[in-house]
Every structure is written in C-alpha cells, then in structure tokens.
Design a protein around this ligand. Structure first.
Ligand code: DAH
Length: 340
C-alpha cells in the first residue's frame, strides 16, 4: 500500500508538470486528492490494518497529499503568471502615442459667407436689422408695390399660411418695417431666411438673403454702384469685373441686375457650364427705391431718395466655393460641411 502511495505521488507530480492551464491542474486535484480520488480510494482498505501500520501509513499519506497540494499550487501560480503576462502584453497601451484629436466644430459655409457679407456692410456704416419670417401679405407684397395680380404672388412660389399671412419670399419687407419705424437717413442691411416653393440643384424651399438699403436726401444711383462695386470686390477680389444691367423689380425704379465676371472660367469660357458661356454671373438685384414704397411708409419721394439691393447667400457661397448643388448645404453631411 505504501509502495502504491509513492507511485501515486510520482505519477501525480509528473502529471502536474505537464498541465498547461489552471483548469487542467484543478482537474488533477480532483483526480488525486478529491473525495473519490485515487488516494481516498486507496485508503479505503486502511481500516483493516494494524494500528501502528495504520498510523505510519496515515502520516505517509499526509506527506504525499501535502507534496501534491504544493506542486499543484506552484504550478497554478506559474500558469497564472504566464497568463497575466500574456494579457498585459496584449492590452499594452503606449501612453506616449499622440491622442485622438478632439472634434472641433466649424462654422457652416452659409454662416461664414453671411458673416463676411455683414462685416463688409457694417464696415461701410450699415447697421443690421431683422424682420419676421412669418410675414403679412402687406409687408411682403403690397407695401413693396407688388399688386394683387403680380405673378410673384402665385401659389406656385409662395407658402401661404392664410389669405394675409405667409412665409416671407424675400427679405425686402424688412426695408418697409425699418423705414416705418425710423426716419432717414438710414443705412441698413437685413439678413435672414426666406421661403419659396422651389426645389432643384439651384433652389431650395428655404434659403438666405441679405437685403440692403440706404435712404436720405440726395442718395443716387452712383452711390449704389459705388457701394455694390466695393462690396463685390471685397468679396470676390479686387480684380473682379462688375457690370450693371437694366432690369425690372416692382419696388425699384430704375432697377438693375448686377453681374460679376464668371469666377469659374474667368469670363473667357465659351463652354463654361456655370456662366453658360456668357462669361458673366448674375449676383444680385438692385435699384432706386420706388416712390410708391416711400409713400407706403409715409416718406415724401420728392425730398427723400434711396437705393436698395437684395442678394442670395447660397448663390454667393456656391460661386465662392465652387459648389454645384445647393442642396448639399442642407444635408448636414459633415464630410461636406467641414471642408470649408
Ligand atoms: N427681393 C428681390 C428677390 O427676392 C431681390 C431684390 C431685388 C431686392 C432688387 C432689392 C432690389 O432690394 O432692389 O429676388
């Protein structure tokens, strides 16, 4: 029995050396030291033995058990250490690596252009006014000399809320509101959001305009030309050519459309798709404020004169940044927006 005990010990110790995981080691513990393990099974015959022999064997058994126990613990510790080392190696973090850059917000290209336009005009002494986006028919049309049967009032173009209430189709009504509330001389721009029932590559139902006007005694068309030429040269560069073309708006007389030399082809491209080969790009509408508009705000057209202009921010941003689809501005795709 003693011999068998030693055999079990040697066998156990050599098996313990061979295990490669803590689980395997624990399985050996059950196999040799467990209640139904090899040693317990062997000792079942102990009861029948002589007292002294039993004592001797008991002591020997304890020694063997302790040896196996220790060998198991040592092996498990070794394996655990190896596992820990392995894990540390895998989870190693190089704290000297540069961190991930935090995302920094940027201004939307429309905001950038809007701010630039505002800066140019405030630099010329203009102040900034705002008006409601939900506007009365009176301010959006009537007071601006746009009679009831004018095509601009068509349901096709205007979002009507009720017979008298609509989403403003332009920022021109702010002209009237500001003139009503104040007295000349006035030098004001009115940036804001406007709405039209329109949607394609160059139109969105919501877009941004800046209206501007200057009213006083002796304000002339030359003043208009000087202000707008300065504005366009600041925005597109000193060298940009500017031209004024006769046009029609109900609220100005005479009226003009202002073009700049095509910023894409430089004016010479017969095949340019942006200016359609004309070499010019229409950039804003302007004119001398119509006497009827002055009358509607209680100004005397005989003693007061003024010019007004209106421009679209999206159009300017498209030309400045070379963007060919206006809808990109409002899709909020960061890959697009963060380029500017
Ligand atoms: N309100 C016009 C529009 O939305 C733009 C405009 C043209 C404004 C000529 C003006 C102007 O003040 O004089 O298309």
């Amino acid at each position: 029995m003693k011999k068998r005990l030693i055999e079990i010990r040697d066998e156990a110790l050599s098996s313990i050396k061979g295990v490669s995981t803590p689980d395997e080691a624990n399985a050996l513990r059950v196999r040799y030291l467990g209640r139904k393990g090899e040693i317990s099974t062997l000792l079942k015959g102990l009861g029948a033995l002589d007292h002294n022999l039993r004592r001797e064997l008991g002591q020997e058994t304890n020694k063997v058990k302790t040896a196996i126990e220790e060998a198991l613990n040592t092996r498990i510790k070794e394996l655990q250490c190896a596992l820990d080392r392995e894990r540390l190696k895998k989870e190693r973090i190089d704290t000297t690596l540069p961190g991930r850059k935090p995302y920094r917000a940027k201004l939307h290209p429309i905001t950038t252009v809007m701010t630039e336009v505002e800066d140019i005009f405030t630099g010329l002494g203009f102040s900034i006014a705002e008006g409601p986006e939900l506007e009365l028919d009176y301010y959006n049309f009537e007071s601006l000399n746009i009679p009831k049967d004018h095509p601009a009032r068509d349901m096709q173009d205007t979002f009507y809320i009720s017979k008298d209430l609509l989403l403003r189709t332009h920022t021109s009504p702010v002209q009237v509101r500001v003139m009503e509330a104040g007295k000349p001389p006035l030098r004001v721009i009115a940036p804001g959001t406007v709405y039209r029932r329109d949607s394609d590559v160059t139109h969105t139902p919501m877009f941004h305009q800046v209206e501007g006007f200057m009213v006083g005694s002796g304000v002339t068309f030359s003043n208009l030309k000087a202000v707008l030429t300065h504005f366009l040269e600041t925005l597109f560069g000193e060298d940009v050519a500017v031209r004024f073309r006769p046009s029609f708006f109900p609220f100005t007389e005479p009226s003009a459309e202002v073009d700049i030399q095509c910023v894409i082809c430089g004016g010479g491209g017969s095949t340019c798709r942006v200016c359609k080969g004309t070499g010019w790009l229409e950039i804003l509408g302007a004119g001398m404020i119509h006497p009827n508009v002055f009358k509607s705000v209680g100004y005397d057209p005989e003693t007061v004169s003024g010019f007004a202009f209106g421009l679209g921010i999206e159009r300017i941003a498209m030309l400045k940044f070379g963007i060919d689809d206006i809808r990109l501005f409002f899709e909020n795709d960061l890959r697009f927006i963060t380029q500017f």
